[in-house]
Design a protein around this ligand. Structure first.
Ligand code: NAD
Ligand code: 6OD
Length: 484
């Protein structure tokens, strides 16, 4: 059985809390044993991070750090197939998806922040003074220190590197905890880091949240900042702990995202885009649309077309090119999603499609698959319409006019992303500007430019990451004033 170790101070080591199982969601089989870190392991990782800040790493110029991060990007690309296999084994996602999104973004995240590090400038201000000689102020960007990076399981490499790369570009060291469900690509990344970075700059601890490595990171007095992606309630728990010691936090949290399809949309493009935004990665993307609003003249046609699309999705072997639909991440998550399938019917939904589990007559029956599921007919107050399910689901609601749909879209405790489909450019601007979300896509979904601010409002997050916004979070600014 494969063993995945911790990586602390440049060494692969066992965890002091023993081992836990890593399960393949395609068939429920255990594929590796993972070293379980306790608070002492986390403490060793933090100490290594502090030591590295005082050593060679702390003395590198931005340009030199940029060069090292470029090498990390290159190495991920060179080991593409190993990363791909590891991501597929942990998540069961189709090979086409992982090779188009997860692994390339893992490399791209390092490349963009390598480029940013190389081109990083700093502001200066000239001040006039009573003696007429003036003063020059300039801004120095300093690292925060040791940054705790806590990650989810849905896009494991993508979301981990999205935070590790800018943290390192800004000169910090990191203690990373991937999700307990997806430890493999993080372990491969540690192998890459061991070839390129000084010991202690990248430290990896495996484990769970409460009472385990995650909580130990949030409690550690020498962690300066925590960057976290995951559920909103976990973000709230982390924030309470981070208050002690005044740790900076950056949170990318849950969503209950609306997709709004106007009757003037390009129907086929809106349909294809909504198929992706509802069902991509089995609905396990924080940006997925679980609330779909369709304008009355095209409502019936759109519902029928989405049903047709959902029923053509093929679940199964991630390596089979015909497979377009993977499993949910775990047995526990499947139970949660299936509980919403039952709840939707209790709440009076009309089941348009799915609602059950697919059958295979092979060991995939032991995996964590569910059917893509569409409902209509619920009120906006139904729990299924309000709560994040994080599965391949949507409820489709009819609407008549802009004001009505904006009100419904904004009637959520979340505010991460929205998709708007219309061919009317004025409407596109008008509606986008009124939506209470961190991101609005018009006539597309999950189209990313890594320089743009990414994050959510309300319970969907705190702060923005991406390009300079990431570097602002991961650096401490110092004003130096030189009296001339
Ligand atoms: P989760 O909150 O259960 O776990 C995320 C990570 O936090 C894991 O590594 C877990 O071990 C750790 N953790 C859990 N409790 C902790 C605690 N008390 N202290 C410290 N660490 C703790 O989330 P998940 O189930 O892994 O991911 C799915 C959720 O993530 C969904 O809600 C989804 O919307 C959200 N998400 C958001 C974004 C975004 O960009 N906004 C991106 C991806 C996922
Ligand atoms: O694309 C990104 O940078 C990003 N943070 C995506 C988040 C996806 C959520 O599951």
């Amino acid at each position: 059985m494969k063993k995945l170790q911790l990586f602390i101070d440049g060494n692969f080591v066992d965890g002091k809390a023993g081992w836990f199982d890593n399960v393949n969601p395609v068939n429920g089989k255990i594929v590796s044993q993972v070293a379980h870190a306790n608070a002492d392991d986390v403490d060793a990782a933090v100490k290594a991070g502090k030591k590295a800040l005082e050593g060679e790493w702390g003395r590198l110029s931005l340009q030199e750090r940029g060069t090292l991060l470029s090498k990390v990007a290159d190495r991920i690309n060179e080991r593409f197939d190993a990363f791909l296999a590891a991501e597929i084994e942990d998540t069961g996602k189709p090979k086409g998806l992982a090779s188009a999104i997860d692994i390339p973004r893992g490399a791209a995240n390092f490349q963009i922040f390598a480029d940013q590090a190389r081109s990083f400038g700093s502001e200066s201000f000239m001040q006039s003074t009573p003696d007429g000689k003036g003063a020059l102020h300039y801004v120095q960007r300093m690292p925060l220190g040791v940054v705790g990076v806590i990650c989810p399981w849905n896009l494991p490499l993508l979301l981990m590197t999205w935070k590790v790369a800018p943290a390192l570009a800004a000169g910090n060291t990191v203690v990373v905890k991937p999700s307990e469900e997806t430890p493999s690509t993080a372990t491969l990344l540690a192998e890459v880091m061991s070839e390129i970075l000084p010991p202690g700059v990248f430290n990896l601890v495996h484990g769970f949240g409460p009472g385990s490595a995650g909580e130990a990171i949030t409690n550690h007095p020498d962690i300066s900042a925590i960057t976290f992606t995951g559920e909103s309630s976990t973000g709230e728990a982390i924030m309470k702990r981070a208050a002690e010691g005044m740790k900076a936090v950056s949170f990318e949290l849950g969503g209950k995202n609306p997709a709004i399809i106007f009757a003037d949309a390009d129907f086929d493009k809106a349909l294809a885009g909504t198929m992706r935004s509802v069902f991509a990665n089995c609905g396990q993307v924080c940006l997925c649309s679980e609330r779909v609003y369709v304008q009355r003249p095209i409502f019936e046609r759109f519902v029928a077309a989405l049903k047709h699309g959902a029923e053509k999705l093929v679940p199964g072997d991630p390596y089979d090119e015909n497979t377009s639909f993977g499993p949910l991440i775990s047995k526990q998550h499947r139970e949660k999603v299936l509980s919403y399938y039952a709840l939707a019917l209790e709440e009076g939904a009309t089941l348009v499609s799915g609602g059950g589990v697919p059958h295979f007559s092979n060991d995939f029956d032991e995996g964590f698959f569910v059917e893509p599921t569409i409902w209509t007919g619920l009120s906006e107050d139904a729990r299924v319409v309000k709560e994040e399910i994080f599965g391949p689901v949507c409820h489709i609601q009819v609407f008549d006019d802009e004001d009505e749909v904006i009100k419904m879209a904004n009637n959520s405790e979340y505010g991460l992303a929205a998709a708007v489909w219309t061919e009317n450019i004025s409407r596109a601007h008008r509606v986008s500007q009124q939506l209470e979300t961190g991101i609005v896509w018009v006539n597309d979904w999950f189209l990313r430019d890594l320089r743009t601010p990414f994050g959510g409002v309300k319970r969907s997050g705190l702060g923005r990451e991406g390009g300079i916004y990431s570097l602002n979070f991961y650096s401490e600014l110092k004003n130096i004033c030189i009296k001339l």
